[in-house]
Design a binder for this molecule. Structure first.
Ligand SMILES: [Zn+2]
Length: 111
């Protein structure tokens, strides 16, 4: 992948994450439900695909993260990140929006 294509790809992914974040933070109930039904299954499938690629090989190394001369023991950083975001993060949920102060919701509007 050349540098320009890599930049375009990263930019598109970041923009998509920004759109989803904006919807999660400010979308109405109908929008949230619609996005949840379409995007959560896509995110689950994406994580599963990514994690399958980073599954340990017969030597206990990650085939994607290992170099020819530098094996990377599994679980690799991708699996650790999945754990941090999907499991550990789920154990300590952030407060619901209705529990946040106006300052926390829109700090730029509160003097
Ligand atoms: Zn890996």
């Amino acid at each position: 992948m050349d540098a320009i294509l890599g930049t375009v790809l990263r930019s598109a992914v970041r923009e998509r994450l920004d759109v989803l974040s904006e919807l999660a933070n400010r979308g109405d109930a109908a929008s949230l439900l619609s996005v949840a039904r379409t995007e959560i299954p896509r995110l689950i499938e994406g994580w599963r695909t990514l994690l399958t690629a980073h599954e340990a090989d017969e030597k206990g190394n990650c085939p994607e993260c290992s170099g020819r001369r530098s094996p990377q023991a599994a679980p690799c950083a991708v699996w650790r990140s999945a754990y941090d975001h999907l499991v550990a993060g789920a154990l300590a949920p952030s407060p619901a929006r209705h529990q946040l102060s106006a300052q926390e919701l829109r700090p730029e509007l509160v003097p």
